[in-house]
Design a binder for this molecule. Structure first.
Ligand code: UGA
Length: 479
């Protein structure tokens, strides 16, 4: 197969070099990487979903990787093949690279820093109370690097950090007495989606490298060589621009979602079907079909956190990001749309009703419930006096810690027993494949609010189910 290697070099916003040339490769799926490039020794600091996927992915690319974390329990579990998160394909990737001895685990951060050439920082940057990114974990790692550095190091920030953090880290090391010629800072943002992070690592749309010295570019290029050799475009740019690319990408996707969610709400008011609207919009290449699926609002640790952090940075610099602010405000309102639809279907009479909720995770294929719209709906239901029965294939334990008093069903049908209505909040494929005859038998009343459009409206009609969907109420049966 012939694929195009597309190399784009950007400096100060301008494309200064662009060359396309052709290489022959056997397959876009990396099964056993051929090492034509020097092996890189890498320490990945932090084994959250970004750090762990990055560590295993880079080991899969043929590098020698040490994944470090100060949490001993987690590292012990990883050595025994137990994953700290639910992420499809990750256990296999970790197992294969660990057994091949290209991936090792350690709690000794200092030694990992001393023994490796590339230090990838992949610790959390959670949202602080004021909306800013909390950089305390990054600062702590930089402090450890400062005290453990021996030789020249490439210090690469993988975590999502505000524009200027790489430059701040450079100054930080200088202030600790570390000379400029002993390190280079790199920004290499991740674009992994939870639930498909392994596939996203192995088949990225682009690799962004914000660099400040050619030596680091060459090492980073070698580190990603098996991906680059298969045609993944590399964007070479400055630290600040690279950091901005990450925030701008997430904020743009968040805006796209809030836009389609607003259009979906308008479709409901006008009896139009958002499914066709979104499909037809997506056929326009300038719009593209992805991220046009309306729903109960976006969640997860990234879009809400990164949009807020971008707003915070913009405010500090006197720039008014009205569109980004609007997308967040729209999203907050969107999280209550499913509850409002339920209220409308039951004529506002929710006290003492039994409501089943299918889906707790912020999206399918993850156990992550951070900023999940399902949590808001559960809060509304509990506050309104409903009895709530919930089920999720992966996120039950995480939710139980927040809402210990709900009924946690042992399977999706058990959640429906004696339910007056079902609200579907996450698009797990098992929900869409549910047997509607069983659904009806188990429920007291056949009422479904399908906030993720997992069901085919015609099937619901055929089964005599009273239902509503976001942007598709034109197909709903009213009682
Ligand atoms: C997002 C980005 O997609 C990744 O590129 C980025 O690396 C990551 O954030 C990050 O910054 O770490 P993630 O939050 O894991 O990834 O998940 P997405 O698939 O982007 O979904 C985010 C939210 O949007 C979910 O609540 C999902 O249900 C919602 N969504 C997504 C929709 O409602 N409709 C869509 O069409 C797509």
């Amino acid at each position: 197969m012939v694929v195009m290697l597309n190399f784009v070099s950007l400096f100060e916003g301008e494309v200064v070099k662009k060359c396309n040339f052709y290489v022959g490769v056997a397959s876009i799926i990396i099964t056993s990487p051929v090492l034509l490039h020097p092996l890189q020794h890498i320490a990945v600091i932090g084994t959250g979903y970004v750090g762990l996927v990055t560590a295993a992915g880079l080991a899969h690319c043929g590098n020698q990787v040490t994944a470090v974390d100060t949490n001993e329990q987690k590292i012990d579990a990883l050595r025994n093949g137990i994953m700290p998160i639910y992420e499809p394909g990750l256990d296999r990737l970790v197992k294969d690279t660990y057994e091949a001895k290209r991936l090792t685990f350690s709690t000794d951060v200092q030694s990992a820093i001393a023994e490796n050439d590339i230090l990838m920082i992949a610790v959390g940057t959670p949202m602080a109370d004021n909306g800013a990114a909390d950089l305390s974990y990054i600062a702590h790692v930089m402090d450890t690097i400062a005290t453990s550095m021996n030789d020249f190091k490439i210090i690469c920030i993988k975590s999502t950090v505000p524009v200027g953090t790489g430059s701040w880290a450079r100054t930080f090391l200088h202030e600790k007495g570390i000379a400029s010629d002993r390190f280079c800072m790199v920004s290499n943002p991740e674009f992994l989606r939870e639930g498909s992070a392994v596939a996203d690592f192995l088949h990225p749309d682009r690799i962004v490298l914000g660099i400040e010295c050619e030596r680091s570019f060459s090492s980073m290029h070698d580190m990603y060589a098996p991906l680059i050799d298969q045609g993944v475009p590399v964007v070479k740019t400055t630290l600040e621009t690279s950091e901005m690319i990450k925030y701008a990408s997430n904020a743009f996707l968040a805006v796209k979602l809030s836009f389609i969610n607003e259009i979906a709400n308008l479709c409901d008011a006008l009896h139009a079907d958002v499914k066709d609207v979104s499909y037809a919009m997506g056929l326009d290449k300038r719009i593209c079909p992805y991220f046009l699926r309306p729903g109960p609002g976006f969640g997860g640790s990234c879009f809400p956190k990164d949009s807020s952090a971008l707003l915070y940075t913009a405010t500090l610099h006197g720039v008014d990001l009205k569109v980004v602010a609007a997308s967040l405000a729209t999203n907050e309102a969107q999280k209550e749309v499913a509850f409002k639809k339920l209220l409308a279907v039951v004529d506002g009479d929710i006290v003492g009703k039994t409501i089943a909720v299918w889906g707790l995770a912020f999206k399918a294929n993850t156990d992550d419930i951070r900023y999940s719209p399902a949590l808001r709906v559960i809060e509304c239901l509990v506050h309104a006096g409903a009895n709530v029965r919930v089920y999720d294939p992966a996120a039950m334990e995480n939710t139980r810690a927040l809402f210990p008093d709900l009924y946690y069903a042992h399977d999706m049908y058990n959640a429906l027993d004696e339910a007056d209505a079902l609200v579907v909040m996450t698009e797990w494929s098992s929900f869409g494949n549910a047997d509607l005859t069983i659904v009806i038998q188990r429920m007291r009343h056949p009422v479904i609010i399908d906030a993720r459009a997992v069901f085919d409206p015609q099937q619901l009609v055929n089964h005599g189910i009273i239902f509503d969907m976001i942007g598709r109420s034109c197909s709903a049966v009213k009682n």
